[in-house]
Design a protein around this ligand. Structure first.
Ligand code: COA
Length: 390
């Protein structure tokens, strides 16, 4: 049975900061951010968006009534969840009106959570071929103002429907994975900002890629020439390129050119959003599928997922015959075009606006936020969510 990605949606907040201007404000050469890191624009989440609302807004675009009935499992991948106990999946399940006879859980391992969710979904569909699973990957990446990681922040979410007979990408069965207890990036429970050993995280990312790629080749007999493109988890767009470069000489010159060209296309959305942690790999896949006009059905795409701490996985998918008809490139182009630039001081002010952590109530103005689903405040320690379409 074929199982894979039947639908894919994406949402990013309506505000962004220009990386050239951020560089000037931080006294670094703009090319460091635009070339060295590889980012043009960084999404800025207003206080009326959190990982739940971003995920719900991403899923809202792709679900129809038949999906709402057929979905019996909601898996929410995040490392910036809103509650230590209750899963973000339950809020999304309610906000989207999904069939009550469903399981809803949150899955965490840094930027790997969505991949874990997809693999769980695949197993669930294998046992229950009529089921559809909604997998969400949603995060707000925060390192802090004036920190080394600041230029690699961002915010956004992807939503994927995993089903039998998928219309976009069939996931192949063989994948290779690796776990090792390393401290390259973590976020203690008391902190709303990540701790990171940046250089070490770059090294671990590359080492994990090489290990799972070598094992994949050993296990399957496949080689680089069998791939049309490889999409990477992209904390920033230069990162995947560093990993790709370490294996490129395994391919013919023609394939090397193709992989480099497709890599570039697969980073376009991420260049303009920043790091969305666990959704980043799938934002890169979406960028490739929606922007690479030459991509042909039947092509094999490699996917490298990495979550600091660390877990890595390499797996593959085959493009379905009419995959392009099931994408929403125009909708995503409008989403990007409708965004509003904020100045660096405005971004700093928004960054410092956080929800109370002392148990007090707050009411937020959601009129400034064009998103359909927002957080409107906190009452008696309970987040209040609004779906403006209801
Ligand atoms: N023009 C072009 N490139 C420039 C430049 C300029 N004027 N100035 C610097 N650069 C390049 C550097 O050569 C370097 O490129 P390289 O990595 O290919 O060698 C790149 O810009 C980044 O410079 P660097 O000094 O390494 O940046 P940094 O010390 O500020 O840290 C990160 C970069 C990614 C480590 C940091 O942003 C971070 O910690 N991010 C969060 C963690 C993360 O994303 N980890 C990834 C794995 S999960």
């Amino acid at each position: 049975m074929k199982i894979g990605i039947d639908k894919i949606g994406f949402y990013t907040p309506h505000l962004y900061v220009d990386m050239n201007k951020l560089a000037v404000a931080r006294n670094v050469e703009p090319e460091k951010f635009t070339i060295g890191i590889g980012q043009e624009k960084m999404a800025v989440a207003p206080i009326t968006q959190d990982s739940v609302t971003l995920a719900a807004n991403a899923a809202l675009q792709i679900l129809d009534d038949a999906d709402r009935e057929a979905i019996d499992f909601v898996i929410f991948g995040t490392e910036t969840g809103v509650d230590h106990s209750k899963s973000g999946a339950v809020y999304v399940h309610h906000l989207l009106g999904i069939n009550p006879n469903a399981r809803s859980v949150e899955v965490k391992h840094a930027c790997y959570g969505t991949t874990a969710g997809i693999q769980m979904a695949k197993g669930h569909v294998a046992l229950n071929p009529e089921s559809k699973v909604l997998v969400l990957g949603s995060d707000i990446a925060r390192y802090g103002l004036n920190t080394g990681g600041e230029s690699t922040q961002g915010a956004g979410a992807v939503a994927l429907v995993i089903s039998a007979n998928p219309r976009i990408l069939t996931l192949e069965d063989k994948s290779t994975y690796l776990t090792s207890d390393v401290m390259d990036f973590w976020r203690p429970l008391y902190s709303d900002k990540a701790f990171v050993d940046g250089k070490f995280s770059n090294e671990q990312y590359i080492s994990f890629f090489q290990t799972v790629w070598d094992k994949f080749k050993d296990d399957t007999g496949m080689e680089l020439n069998d791939f049309e493109a490889i999409c990477y988890h992209l904390p920033y767009t230069k990162m995947g390129l560093k990993a790709l470069r370490t294996v490129l000489d395994e391919a013919t010159e023609e394939v090397q050119e193709r992989l480099k060209e497709n890599y570039k296309v697969s980073t376009q959305y991420n260049r303009n959003v920043g790091n969305i942690y666990t959704g980043s790999l799938y934002l890169s896949l979406l960028s490739l599928l929606e922007l690479q006009e030459g991509l042909e059905a039947g092509s094999r795409i490699g996917l490298f997922s990495y979550g600091s701490g660390a877990v890595g996985e390499f797996f593959t998918g085959i493009l379905e015959s009419d995959f392009r008809e099931h994408l929403a490139a125009d909708q995503h182009a409008s989403l990007f075009e409708s965004r509003k630039e904020v100045s660096v001081p405005e971004y700093e002010e928004i960054f410092d606006q956080t929800l109370p952590t002392d148990g007090s109530d707050v009411e937020l103005d959601i009129n400034e936020d064009p998103a359909n689903i927002c957080i409107s405040g906190i009452t008696d320690n309970m987040r209040q969510y609004v779906n403006k379409l209801r």
